[in-house]
Design a protein around this ligand. Structure first.
Ligand code: SAM
Length: 221
């Protein structure tokens, strides 16, 4: 099935909750997921330069984009579903250095080689099967400039606490039968697995915290 079809309607629940409360859906995501401003400040801004051209993979409705846009030359927000891009455009309407691009969910073919100084993605790659992560890393390597940086959020798989958290999530979503059919599944990685992929693609790891995994493309490519 096309990725777009799988994810269509993903934000309806958040839009409904927001309209019941008379607030912007971003406020719901900031409290239920994680504050977008904090994500930008903690994970992206430390690596950002004012003249950087940036790509956000899976921008959603702009939770993090809003707090990155003021600090770069140009931000390309990409996602696979129209409902996300439409809402992101509204939420980022005050910025004239932001563009929006629909992508197919498998690759970044709409973007040129060696184009971006930085690529980032939050709350998304841990929903992907491992094969898709591998292919996205290949594409990230292609679109990054030499020495360009990528920051990707994964779920850590580290200790008993993570097992407990996952078991609770499965129950909260109605048990394993329902959970298995849902989009909102978590996939886990370890530092070791990510290191193997980075070695393969010749990426230098800058931060091996898997929840804000940061790596740099080699500068001699
Ligand atoms: C949980 S939301 C996160 C949105 C945003 N990154 C944030 O943190 O607020 C996941 C987003 O990933 C997008 N998405 C799902 N599969 C994708 C894929 N294969 N490639 C790119 N984006 C995808 C969805 O449309 C959705 O907007």
């Amino acid at each position: 099935m096309q990725k777009e079809k799988q994810w269509e309607g993903y934000y309806s629940n958040y839009f409904n909750k927001a309209s019941e409360k008379g607030i912007n859906a971003l406020e719901i995501l900031n409290s239920e997921w994680y504050d977008g401003k904090k994500t930008a400040e903690e994970s992206v801004l430390p690596y950002l330069k004012a003249d950087d051209v940036i790509l956000e993979i899976a921008c959603g409705i702009g939770r993090v984009s809003k707090y990155v846009a003021p600090f770069c030359k140009h931000l390309f927000c990409s996602d696979i579903i129209d409902e996300a891009l439409t809402e992101a455009k509204i939420n980022l309407k005050d910025f004239n250095n932001v563009s929006f691009q629909k992508i197919n969910g498998y690759d970044l073919r709409v973007f040129d080689d060696n184009y971006f100084d930085l690529v980032y993605s939050f709350t998304t790659f841990f929903h992907f099967d491992f094969e898709l992560v591998l292919k996205y890393f290949e594409e990230i390597k292609r679109v990054l400039k030499p020495a360009g940086i990528a920051i990707i959020e994964f779920k850590r798989w580290q200790d008993k606490k993570d097992v407990t958290e996952l078991l609770e999530k499965i129950e909260a979503q109605g048990g394993i039968v329902t959970y298995e059919k849902e989009l909102d599944k978590w996939r886990y990685v370890s530092k070791e697995i990510l290191k193997v992929i980075c070695d393969y693609y010749d990426f230098q790891i800058l931060d091996d915290n898997v929840t804000s995994f940061t790596f740099r493309k080699s500068d001699n490519i």
